[in-house]
Design a protein around this ligand. Structure first.
Ligand SMILES: C[S@@+](CC[C@H](N)C(=O)[O-])C[C@H]1O[C@@H](n2cnc3c(N)ncnc32)[C@H](O)[C@@H]1O
Length: 161
């Protein structure tokens, strides 16, 4: 059964700078983590960090899809996806850095993820990787920001190849 959690939290363009969200994600990450859209907040997990913006503290400053395609290191137990949620947000909030083509990015993930690994996604959708890629939805957390602001949906999907 899918586990459901609900929180009230302020909205910030850098998602993990909000303490309850950071604490939630740190608690849910497992093992070696690939943080593909890392932003400014260092997580208290074993993370490899990537962000296209060169001023962000990261191990790599590549387009997320390019990083996945070129990855030849150890596989990850968790892949964290917190991309810009919309093109307009990229322009207004993230210096015009837009998310890689998302379907291609999702297709590339299983090559870099251990069997039984998880993908944690933040955005407007609850199913991201999907059964077609052999993922099952385990948990949804809804972060409600109040007023007319869209909630942020975090989902955890487990890879069962
Ligand atoms: C929604 S923010 C989240 C950042 C981080 N997870 C946090 O909570 O602070 C999206 C991040 O993705 C980065 N980004 C945008 N396009 C990217 C791309 N194609 N590849 C890698 N990073 C990208 C932005 O620079 C920004 O830091």
């Amino acid at each position: 059964m899918v586990q459901f959690e609900h929180y009230r939290s302020p909205l910030h363009r850098y998602t993990f700078s909000v303490k309850p969200v950071r604490q939630w994600v740190e608690k849910r990450c497992e093992g070696r983590v690939l943080n593909l859209f890392a932003g400014p907040t260092l997580l208290n997990v074993d993370e490899v960090r990537n962000d296209l913006d060169p001023v962000m503290p990261a191990d790599y400053h590549l387009d997320a899809l390019e990083l996945l395609r070129s990855w030849s290191g150890q596989m990850f137990n968790t892949i964290l996806l917190d991309p810009p949620y919309a093109l307009r947000k990229s322009m207004e909030l993230y210096k015009g850095n837009i998310c890689s083509p998302f379907r291609q990015l999702k297709d590339e993930i299983p090559r870099c993820l251990s069997p039984d690994g998880i993908v944690i996604t933040f955005g407007y959708h609850s199913i991201v990787m999907g059964a077609g890629r052999k993922f099952s939805l385990e948990r949804i957390a809804l972060f409600s920001h109040g007023g007319a602001i869209h909630d942020t949906i975090a989902s955890i999907e487990r890879f069962n190849p």
